[in-house]
Write a protein that binds this ligand. Structure first.
Ligand SMILES: Nc1ncnc2c1ncn2[C@@H]1O[C@H](COP(=O)(O)OP(=O)(O)O)[C@@H](O)[C@H]1O
Ligand SMILES: [Mg+2]
Length: 184
């Protein structure tokens, strides 16, 4: 079976020769389909950098990253957009919800940019909202929600498209232990 994710000798350096930060220093690993992997490390050890390189938010200095067999370190233009839109669900550490959209609209957006019909979107948003216990905040704007509610809405947005790969940067940081368990 092919790995859903293959990390091949990647390095990510920030800065220049005089002031170099080796955020990722030559790592390799594989993740199989259906596998659930947690990466642990001290603050500043490079967890966010790694996730950002896999999600194509950032670029590796060297090495390759394969998602479903496709090298994503060289993707550009439409292929890059398609990868982000269709293959990937990303839960940001600081949520990155759109402030001018309600929870419902934030979640629905993932599907509307894939041209999913409105009735299907409505079904999918309500289903994931029930799973995550956020039905009562669907009409609220981010500023009207608690940190834990925002985190669950951000998670719902990443899950609603049923992506092949879900990346989550400290997704339970703002949650109490019961909500954290529910999300995981
Ligand atoms: N844009 C950047 N420019 C320069 N250094 C950065 C940048 N982003 C992260 N770093 C550095 O890279 C290292 C890893 O950071 P990060 O990936 O955020 O760690 P973690 O998520 O594990 O706390 C840290 O030393 C941090 O200061
Ligand atoms: Mg981090």
């Amino acid at each position: 079976m092919e790995s859903i994710l293959r990390i091949e000798q990647i390095e990510k350096y920030y800065g220049n020769k005089l002031n170099l930060t080796k955020a990722i220093d030559n790592i390799s690993f594989d993740v199989d389909e259906g596998e659930f992997v947690a990466i642990m490390g001290a603050s500043g050890s490079g967890k966010t950098t790694l996730l950002n390189c896999i999600s194509t938010i950032d670029k590796v200095t060297s090495g390759h990253i394969f998602v479903g067999g496709e090298d994503i370190t060289n993707l550009k233009g439409n292929k890059l957009n398609k990868f982000r839109r269709e293959k990937l669900g990303f839960i940001f550490q600081d949520f990155n919800l759109l402030d001018t959209l309600t929870a419902y609209e934030n979640i629905a957006l993932s599907l509307s940019i894939q041209n999913v019909p409105a009735t299907k979107i409505d079904e999918a948003v309500k289903k994931v909202a029930t799973q995550l216990g956020i039905e009562e905040v669907l009409n609220k704007y981010p500023y009207q929600m608690s940190g834990g509610q925002k985190q669950r809405v951000a998670s719902a947005r990443a899950l609603v498209t049923n992506p092949e790969l879900i990346l989550a940067d400290e997704p339970t940081g703002a949650l109490d232990s019961k909500s954290a368990k529910m999300l995981l």
